[in-house]
Write a protein of this length. Structure first.
Ligand code: CAA
Length: 383
């Protein structure tokens, strides 16, 4: 076992850190305030290969491994969690399924422009009545002679209005439960597909989140991703990978808040000495650093298992559960260390706390992660 990053991984980490410091930090406070999508930065990330990290070069990607992907998301999230989730939803939720289950024709047509960063992707599973209970899909895709007719509503969709290509999960045979669910590749301009207003969120405010509406959208056979009836499995596998991305985002948020708190603790003086010299503050920083490192190792482990072709459902859920709770506790402590200054926008840690909260909710709440872990524990008993 080797806990040192390779030279190649360190270079990727440095490139992402450099990009985030140069391009994301500049107006991160304003983008949060105005809920402004980082359009220019997303274009630049396309040029750097961040929009097709693990996709083969022949489909426009950078053909890196999942550990590289995690390192990139972590560095982006240290500075700007919104940009991190835009990149994570695009790579993990939209591109992974296309690369794994797409036909050659689908990869050429849909995957390539996405992986090159010329288009943006989104993944639509959640519905008003199908959040944690994801197989309870109401969106339907009725079979016709030459394809399907799609009807229904999706909500909480990251990259909702900025995306061009959407992986949409829908019921094709209600009588078959989770085996009657299929995945479709839908394009933004398809007649009958409309996008609801932008959600006014607590955090990750410069990523756009919307409801999607499908009213008699004609979908061709060539837009079916994988086999009919395999959509729930595709969605669950997609989320296993997505959870590694969110774990990396959470590690990044926690690390960003920790670094600001550590710096502030050395500058701010009370009772005649820097607050870092007070044991109360030292203990907080020690706890933060320890939890962040543990969260990071869980996340790297899940990514490494994925790279080795092993099962990683349990490890991804553990990483997301622990990292998201670490992001929440670390950002709250970072505010406490900053005192009153931590409560205002300029010092950034209040935004990081608002951004951290969603990591305990999206791509499966902490409670869902515990269900997933428990089911995997049971499986290991019976195998
Ligand atoms: N990989 C492969 N197959 C899987 C799987 C996995 N990880 N998990 C389940 N399956 C398969 C099962 O093996 C089973 O197949 P068989 O019937 O052939 O055995 C089938 O799927 C049904 O499985 P379950 O009976 O376990 O399904 P369930 O209805 O009990 O649900 C759940 C399981 C884990 C709770 C699931 O509903 C879940 O993950 N819920 C949370 C959904 C979620 O994370 N939503 C987030 C939305 S995305 C998002 O946030 C978007 C964004 O933009 C950021």
């Amino acid at each position: 076992m080797n806990f040192k990053l390779s030279d190649e991984h360190r270079l990727i980490q440095e490139a992402a850190r450099d990009f985030a410091t140069r391009e994301l930090a500049v107006d991160v406070i304003e983008r949060d305030k105005e809920s402004r999508f980082p359009l220019r930065q997303v274009q630049l990330m396309g040029e750097l290969g961040f929009m097709g990290v693990t996709i083969p070069m022949k489909y426009g990607g950078a053909e890196m491994d999942h550990l590289s992907y995690v390192l990139i998301i972590e560095e982006l999230a240290k500075i700007d969690a919104s940009s991190a989730v835009i990149v994570s939803a695009h790579n993990s939720l939209a591109l992974w399924g296309l690369n794994t289950y797409g036909t050659e024709e689908q990869k050429e047509k849909f995957l390539k422009p996405l992986a090159e960063g010329k288009k943006l992707g989104a993944f639509a599973l959640s519905e008003p009545e199908a959040g944690s209970d994801a197989s309870s899909q109401h969106t339907s895709a009725r079979k016709t002679e030459d394809g399907y007719i799609l009807n229904g509503n999706k909500n909480w969709i990251t990259n909702g209005s900025s995306a061009d290509t959407y992986i949409v999960i829908a019921q094709t045979d209600h009588s078959r439960g989770s085996h009657g669910i299929s995945a479709f590749i839908i394009e933004k301009n398809q007649p009958g597909f409309t996008i609801g207003p932008k959600e006014d969120k607590l955090g990750i405010r410069s990523s756009d989140t919307h409801a999607l509406h499908f009213s008699d959208v004609a979908v061709s056979e060539s837009q079916l991703l994988g086999q009919e009836g395999s959509g729930f499995k595709i969605a669950m596998e997609t989320l296993d990978g997505g959870r590694i991305g969110i774990a990396a985002q959470a590690v990044g948020i926690a690390e960003g808040a920790y670094q600001l708190a550590l710096k502030y603790a050395q500058e701010r003086k009370t009772f005649g000495k820097p607050i870092f010299k007070h044991q109360a503050i030292q203990f907080k920083l020690s706890d933060m650093a320890t939890k962040i490192q543990a969260a990071r190792l869980l996340t790297y482990q899940a990514a490494a298992l994925k790279d080795q072709g092993e099962r990683y459902t349990k490890e991804a859920a553990m990483a997301k559960l622990f990292a998201s709770e670490t992001a929440m506790s670390s950002t709250i402590e970072a505010i406490q260390i900053h005192g009153g200054y931590g409560y205002v926008r300029e010092y950034q840690v209040e935004r990081m706390m608002r951004d951290a909260k969603i990591t305990e909710i999206y791509e499966g709440t902490s409670e869902i992660q515990k269900m997933v872990i428990a089911r995997e524990l049971l499986k290991s008993l019976s195998s």
